[in-house]
Design a protein around this ligand. Structure first.
Ligand SMILES: [Zn+2]
Length: 317
């Protein structure tokens, strides 16, 4: 019996199909390449790259414009994404009120440090990718009715590490605030001191705290906001000496990493012991403030903290 064949067009590829199904014994299924799942392919085609972001906590897809409008907080589960220093400043201060201090200051490679990549090459790469000169942006701006000195760290620049430029910029900002009688607010995020600068980065811990002590002696308030993650040298210096210490929800906060503590103490650590919620319960943090409420809460605290000072100024003291 003669068999007839016909051709079928399928996505531009012509295949020949026999009209009669061959017996099972003769079927040989071999694949030169692993077949791709059709579902995954069409899903990828439906979601254009760069328009949607997958939430790292709940996994839902969020439209980027919606995410930006919500200050990079997932509208479904309130997960707080990392936010850049400039985005944070834009969200906190009144429009056109921010004057940046020392915008051109940058680090030098005093130790001529070279690992897999030289320190200078790393600095250059991060300068190009972040549009910043170093891991902090400082300036004087207005939040509500209050003029404040505001420093915001950026984790995107070498893990927000504190080198001599970060320390110097913050110290100058604190000294300017002391001179002008302004409160200081620092939004922290950091992996710690910058190892490429050795002792020069550790010196910044004492320098920033010295400037803050002088600021406090002038009875001026200092508020810190700890965001995910804040660790090591920053945590052990200016991040934890605020009159008020605020934190974002679920931020990882600590000094050493969990594994180092476990190896050193040889003991089991409680779950979530390096989270803002755990530290709030134990009194290290004064309040957990969601990103969307931060500006209003800062205004509220500044109203309270600066009121006494304004009364003293009125009395000429
Ligand atoms: Zn989510």
């Amino acid at each position: 019996m003669p068999t007839t064949t016909f051709t079928k067009k399928n996505l531009g590829i012509e295949t020949v199909e026999p009209a009669v199904t061959p017996p099972p014994g003769e079927v040989k299924t071999t694949f030169a390449h692993k077949p791709k799942l059709a579902g995954a392919k069409s899903r990828k085609r439906d979601i254009p790259e760069g328009l949607w972001t997958k939430c790292l906590k709940c996994g839902s897809m969020i439209y980027d414009k919606e995410l930006d409008a919500n200050l990079k907080v997932c509208p479904k589960c309130q997960f707080h994404f990392t936010i850049s220093a400039r985005e944070r400043i834009h969200a906190l201060v009144e429009t056109c009120s921010f004057e940046e201090l020392d915008p051109l200051m940058e680090s030098v490679d005093i130790l001529e440090f070279t690992g897999v990549e030289s320190y200078l090459a790393k600095l250059e790469r991060h300068k190009n990718s972040s549009n910043l000169k170093d891991a902090v942006c400082t300036g004087i701006g207005r939040i509500g009715k209050h003029r404040v000195a505001l420093g915001v760290m950026d984790f995107g620049f070498l893990g927000g590490s504190m080198g001599s430029t970060v320390g110097e910029k913050l110290t100058r900002m604190i000294e300017a605030a002391t001179d002008k009688g302004l409160p200081v607010i620092i939004v922290c995020t950091s992996g710690g001191a910058r190892m490429y600068e050795g002792m020069f980065s550790l010196m910044q811990m004492a320098k920033t705290c010295g400037a803050l002590a002088l600021h406090a002696r002038n009875k001026l308030p200092y508020i810190t906001v700890l965001t995910d993650p804040t660790f090591a040298g920053v945590m052990a210096s200016f991040a934890t000496v605020g009159d008020l210490i605020l934190a974002e929800p679920c931020a990882r906060i600590g000094f050493a990493g969990a594994r180092v503590i476990k190896d050193t103490t040889q003991s089991e650590l409680p779950p979530g012991f390096q989270s803002s919620e755990f530290l709030l319960e134990r009194g290290l943090i004064d309040a957990i403030v969601p990103r969307g409420e931060l500006k209003a809460r800062l205004c509220y605290y500044l109203d309270f903290l600066m009121e006494g000072r304004e009364q003293l100024a009125a009395l000429g003291k």
